[in-house]
Design a protein around this ligand. Structure first.
Ligand SMILES: [Zn+2]
Length: 199
């Protein structure tokens, strides 16, 4: 009888341990650099012939993909953490965020989440500004743009933007014209807007 009990409790421990291990593995997967949306972009661009480096440590914001030939950094952003489509306002001496389809702020600890997402958005903006000053174009790809129904269109749109950047850069070299520098500073926004517009 005692032996049976012992066996049962061993079984319980091991199943609890298995559950713990499974959770740890899940958490590790969630925090891993190879999160799914990023892998979709990597595979999609690779299969279209683009080559890149990953998580470039020396560039501001450690862009997910860096395409040197296109002088372009790509960020693959989670819609919640980077506050996709949220409307950030400063009212009555405090920041408020209106929920968007992509980013619903939890009701519990709302202030904490608003502050966190605001900081993330400000940091994203500052890092992209720095990259633009260093001569890099930036493309932001949102998680929601990689849903199965939108995926191909999004990847095509990134490829189109990259080719457009390459043509502009090379065309500009061959036929220099005045005002190029100013125009290049506007490029990252233009590249990002053209991606947004094609969503
Ligand atoms: Zn989104």
């Amino acid at each position: 009888m005692a032996a049976i009990k012992q066996e049962q409790s061993d079984a319980c421990i091991s199943s609890a341990e298995r559950e713990q291990a499974r959770r740890s593995a899940n958490m590790a997967a969630i925090h891993s650099k190879d999160t799914k949306p990023e892998m979709i972009v990597r595979r999609g661009l690779w299969s279209r012939g683009f080559r890149y480096r990953l998580n470039h440590k020396r560039l501001p914001g450690h862009p997910d993909l860096v395409l040197r030939k296109y002088r372009t950094c790509i960020f693959v952003n989670g819609c919640f953490w980077h506050g996709h489509h949220v409307n950030l306002q400063f009212d009555d001496l405090q920041f408020t965020i209106s929920n968007s389809e992509c980013c619903k702020i939890p009701k519990t600890n709302r202030e904490f989440w608003v502050a966190k997402i605001r900081r993330n958005k400000e940091r994203d903006k500052a890092e992209q500004r720095q990259l633009a000053q260093m001569g890099w174009h930036c493309i932001t790809v949102w998680e929601c743009e990689l849903k199965p129904s939108k995926r191909e269109e999004t990847l095509e749109s990134i490829a189109f933007t990259l080719n457009h950047i390459w043509l502009r850069d090379h065309g500009a070299k061959a036929i220099p014209y005045p005002g190029l520098e100013e125009e290049e500073q506007q490029m990252p926004m233009a590249a990002e807007e053209s991606l947004d517009a094609r969503r």
